[in-house]
Design a protein around this ligand. Structure first.
Ligand SMILES: *Cc1c(COP(=O)(O)O)cnc(C)c1O
Length: 388
């Protein structure tokens, strides 16, 4: 075992940050390729930041955010929060009485941990489904949550979405849509309607996912519900602060679904090239990815007898990609407990700097390194934990 617990994951992340810093110092930011699709951004001019120092700034930006947020998400009122997890927590605090049921439908398990964790705080009875034929609503249900796209970018079927909304409307139960990446994936890539157009009462999206915004959450929905959520959020400091609001405004201003659509062309090219050398790659909506299990199988196909677990192999390859090829993927930098699936997101800003043939070569080269170290625990440990 290379990575045994969350403490090891924290250490691995620290190694990654050291490597990133050294790449930037030695080669410059331009030679680093963040392909996580989570890089977001903080677009603000000196003028915007000057405004922030007065009380005028928040007034201006909060009003702009109302307008831009409604264009992006629909709904009657917008509420910016610190993270999507904060908005989910505030909604559950506001709308879920103790011991009532919260029902969650998502296209594929597992759910984002913030949903069950928030329910636990309210002693709510949390039930989740990823099979619509099993979906049902117990008597004292206070909230229905739909996940539009999962952490691994599995997208809900729009007909199933509508079916759940119809059931919720019949039962007069409010619906919150966790559209963290879905607000863009579903609409730009799959041509689906906005969650509010499909009849959701509330929706939340992550402003750093597939758009150039800061880490943050943007909620939209019915005015009375948003007001209630807002009052609970303010009690616990879950709301977004002015600097994040400025960056949300800027991120929404430059958001263009064409940028996401362009990634599809690139993805098709890359998957064709990768097919010559690998069996494990699958398409994701805006890139290519492989799971822990398929990586383990691919390595076995090369007759390499490694004792490392599938998860360790993902972490190890992610670290090699970073160190040798200057490519950042989620397993190298994520917080403990995140998925080990390695994804190359071609909608990321840095993807423009890499032509597909070069990316293909980088993936192939780093895989050769992985094959060499997959049987050497000493070197593998060094790669993950010891960077000088
Ligand atoms: C990323 C994500 C979240 C949480 O977003 P944070 O901003 O990290 O709190 C919640 N749900 C889904 C489906 C996500 O992908």
């Amino acid at each position: 075992m290379l990575i045994e617990n969350s403490l090891d994951e924290v250490k691995k992340r620290e190694t990654s940050l050291k490597i990133i810093k050294s790449i930037i110092n030695n080669y410059g930011r331009n030679d680093l390729y963040d392909l996580t699709g989570l890089s977001g951004g903080f677009l603000a001019t000196a003028n915007d930041l000057n405004l922030l120092e007065t009380y005028v700034g928040p007034a201006i930006f909060e009003e702009k955010l109302q307008d831009l947020g409604k264009v992006h998400l629909g709904g009657k009122k917008i509420f910016p929060v610190n993270r999507t997890s904060s908005g989910i927590l505030a909604t559950i605090l506001a709308l879920v009485p103790k011991h009532s049921c919260v029902i969650h439908f998502l296209p594929e398990l597992p759910s984002h941990p913030s949903i069950p964790r928030s329910c636990k705080l309210k002693n709510a009875n949390y039930i989740e489904f990823d099979d619509i034929s099993k979906f049902h609503i117990p008597k004292n249900t206070s909230l229905i949550i739909i996940t539009g796209a999962t952490m691994d970018h599995k997208v809900i079927d729009e007909e199933i979405f509508e079916k759940i909304i119809a059931i919720a409307t019949d039962e007069k139960i409010p619906v919150l849509v966790d559209d963290a990446s879905g607000a863009r994936l579903r609409t730009a890539i799959y041509n689906q309607k906005k969650a509010t157009e499909l009849g959701a009462d509330l929706v939340i999206t992550s402003t750093d996912k597939l758009m150039m915004g800061p880490r943050g959450g943007l909620m939209a929905g019915k005015t009375d519900l948003i007001d209630e959520i807002k009052s609970h959020a303010n009690k616990f400091g879950l709301e977004a602060q002015p600097p994040a609001i400025v960056a949300m405004v800027k991120g929404l201003e430059v958001y263009n679904k064409e940028d996401l659509l362009n990634s599809i062309e690139k993805k098709k090219k890359l998957i064709e090239l990768l097919k010559n050398d690998f069996r494990m790659f699958e398409e994701s909506p805006t890139g290519v990815m492989f799971s822990e299990i398929s990586l383990k199988k691919e390595i076995a196909n090369h007759k390499i007898d490694t004792t490392f677990s599938p998860k360790d192999l993902c972490f190890l390859w992610a670290m090699i990609l970073l160190k040798e090829e200057h490519i950042i993927t989620i397993p190298a930098v994520a917080m403990p407990g995140a998925s080990a699936t390695v994804r190359f997101d071609l909608s990321s800003n840095d993807a423009c700097k890499l032509d597909i043939a070069t990316l293909h070569k980088k993936i192939k080269n780093s895989f050769q390194v992985l094959l060499k170290v997959a049987t050497n625990e000493e070197i593998a440990t060094d790669i993950i934990f010891n960077y000088k």
